[in-house]
Design a protein around this ligand. Sequence first.
Ligand code: HEC
Length: 111
Amino acid sequence: MVKKISVVLISLVLVLGFSSLGFSADKGNARKGKYTFRKSCRSCHSDTGSAASISPDSKTQAQWTRQFKPGKVQKLVCKDEWAKISKKDQLDIFTYLHKYAFDSPSPAKCK
Ligand code: HEC
């Protein structure tokens, strides 16, 4: 019985470990994305800023995916602001917004 439980536990740890590895490897870093989003975007996109307040839960995952397509970004009023940050930072922001999107398992406001 104890052996069975430990086999289950070990496979659980392995599965969780590998899936989080896969996520951060081909996508960005959500923790860094949150930091960059607050620094570079929330200056305008907050309740006290000059533009509409934006949080991860402002859109669904599919909407964020569409929003971050290059053609879409080029149409934004603030495309020059996006151009100031690196592609890597943009990917991190995308990962952060997508991870906590409206229809994600853990929707969140940006505080
Ligand atoms: C200098 C101020 C400013 C900065 C900085 C800025 N934006 Fe914007 N953004 C605007 C304005 C103004 C609009 C036009 C519509 C509005 O008021 O929301 C806009 C529009 C948008 C929209 C479309 C509106 C919507 O709700 O779908 C998105 C998405 C967006 N910005 C994301 C970002 C992201 C991500 C960053 C950081 C990389 C950023 N913005 C940085 C001013 C800014």
